[in-house]
Design a protein around this ligand. Structure first.
Ligand code: NDP
Length: 503
């Protein structure tokens, strides 16, 4: 029996008779505008690209589930966390940060680790990274910071001067810089890295008691990183290696998984804590707040179409469900705005209708109407205003989060907590890293910082020296800098250091 062939059609379903030859006036004549199949095909092709994400442009994603393994109902009333054994569908997108959509997966960069939980109370997005901290702690600095990681406005090349000038003028970046230039800055694959919320979030229970929390997704595949030399080789051999690895491992049934561990603090503990829990450049040391195991994340299904499901996947740190809320972390507050704003720009006002973004286990019921690409029935003939007396969806106070007392004069404040930007990177360098880790860290920095101007190298080395003399000394030696000069600079205040190393 012969299989019936499918007929090629236009976008509007009409059969296409010939897809190889345009309509022309005679065999050598010009193309006629009446060839609507050609016009439609070209016009659509011209519009195939949507704006690239400004950050996290290169990524890979997969579907799976999250399963609860411990009773956390005393901390949160979130329905998807309400019972041991309960499973919730998820979509996860991994990414690099600074590179463009066609850049290599093996770049030295933090990795995005974004999880969308399709819960029965709506979608909950946890939009984290593979590092527990970040470079800056005030969002006003974010666009400037990202500019320095991208391309020089004149040369359109990556620029070590921009990169290190900004970082050395921003000592709060030292912790994240130390993580990034360790071999954790070049994870071997997306499967072999952890994911962290980085921010502090709020959980609250059915009684309205709230807790401050941080999320840690620990890889069950074990951490595996590339050395700088391995990453350099992989960038040339296969720029898409991590994307390919994720797809292939899921396709062959080798499903990656992560164990979710939570650090949980009461408000009382947070008030007197030695670090500001709203400072994203700090972690909560495990011995202060031991993580508790809460669940398991498994990825077991590949997307069928990359553009539809990964390129158009839209995560927003402001998508919460009852039982989980934001914190006053300034960086987080800005991200609540910025992600949604980006999606409106990239995907349009109805981006929640794109299947990967739909709250598929909790229908969207509200009075938002119309706009470009409203492709469902748009609320049908139901009322488009509230309050109404026609049985439209009504607010439920159970969706409210407990009140959080806030006070203060509106002003532009630096962090008030005694912020030591050197202690935690120092702990990482001295306590956590092995001799080999430290040697690789120093070698990785030398290879990159070596491209910057000498005065910027001196300023950055002085900061590393403040973290640990062995750290600063090692980098200075690798760069051939004068050690006694670095020691002198390291003894200065940040202001004097900047003056001594500026033009
Ligand atoms: P712990 O000894 O209890 O934990 C150290 C943590 O460091 C482990 O979670 C380990 O992750 C992680 N780690 C190991 N190598 C690196 C690296 N090159 N870059 C980043 N993280 C690494 O120590 P503390 O809790 O007292 O923290 C000490 C330092 O460890 C911190 O200053 C911070 O830099 C780092 N860290 C701390 C985390 C926290 O939430 N407390 C989380 C991650 C890092 P793993 O178990 O997966 O190997």
């Amino acid at each position: 029996m012969t299989k019936k062939k499918k007929t090629l059609t236009t976008a509007f379903g009409a059969p296409v008779g010939n897809d190889q030859n345009s309509v022309t006036a005679g065999p050598r004549g010009p193309v006629l505008m009446q060839d609507m199949h050609l016009m439609e095909k070209l016009a659509h092709f011209d519009r195939e690209r949507i704006p690239e994400r400004v950050v996290h442009a290169k990524g890979a994603g997969a579907y799976g589930h999250f399963q609860v393994t411990a009773d956390v109902t005393k901390y949160t009333k979130a329905a998807f966390l309400s019972k041991v054994g309960k499973k919730t569908d998820v979509f996860v997108r991994f990414s690099t940060v600074g590179g463009e959509k066609g850049s290599a997966d093996a770049e030295r960069d933090p990795r995005g680790f974004a999880v969308k939980f399709y819960t029965e109370e709506g979608n909950y997005d946890l939009v984290g990274n593979n590092t527990p901290v970040f470079f800056i702690r005030d969002p006003l600095k974010f666009p400037d910071f990202i500019h320095t990681q991208k391309r020089n406005p004149a040369t359109n090349c990556k620029d070590p001067d921009m990169f290190w000038d900004f970082l050395s003028l921003t000592p709060e970046s030292l912790h994240q810089v130390t993580v990034l230039f360790s071999d954790r800055g070049t994870p071997a694959t997306y499967r072999h890295m952890n994911g962290y919320s980085s921010h502090t979030f709020k959980w609250y229970n059915a009684d309205g008691d709230y807790f401050w929390v941080q999320y840690h997704f620990k890889t069950d595949q074990k951490i595996r990183n590339f050395t700088r030399q391995e990453a350099d080789k992989m960038r040339a051999d296969d720029p898409d290696h991590a994307t390919r690895d994720l797809h292939e491992s899921i396709a062959k049934g080798d499903f990656p998984s992560w164990t979710l561990e939570m650090q949980i603090m009461t408000p009382e503990m947070a008030r007197d804590y030695r670090y500001d829990i709203l400072d994203i450049t700090k972690v909560w040391p495990h011995k202060d707040v031991p993580p508790i195991t809460v669940g398991k994340l498994v990825l077991d299904r590949n997307p069928v179409n990359y553009f539809a499901e990964v390129e158009q996947a839209a995560f927003c740190p402001g998508n919460f469900v009852p039982g989980i809320a934001s914190s006053p972390d300034k960086m987080l507050q800005a991200r609540l705005f910025s992600y949604h704003d980006t999606h409106l720009h990239r995907l349009g006002t109805n981006y929640q209708l794109i299947p990967v973004n739909q709250p598929k286990n909790a229908p969207e019921l509200n009075y938002q109407r119309d706009g470009f690409m409203r492709v469902d029935d748009g609320g049908g003939s139901g009322p488009n205003y509230w309050p109404n007396s026609f049985g439209g969806p009504a607010p439920d106070p159970a969706g409210n989060e407990p009140s959080l007392p806030l006070e203060g004069d509106a002003d532009r404040y630096e962090f008030q907590h005694p912020n030591d930007d050197f202690e935690q990177p120092g702990a990482l360098f001295r306590k956590v890293m092995s001799d080999q880790d430290r040697a690789n860290l120093i070698g990785n920095i030398v290879a990159h910082l070596g491209g910057a101007k000498k005065r910027i190298q001196r300023r950055q080395c002085a900061l590393f020296h403040k973290v640990d003399p062995e750290y600063g000394g090692g980098v200075a030696k690798g760069l051939g800098l004068d050690l006694s000069d670095i020691r002198t600079l390291a003894g200065m205040s940040q202001q004097d250091l900047v003056e001594a190393t500026s033009v």
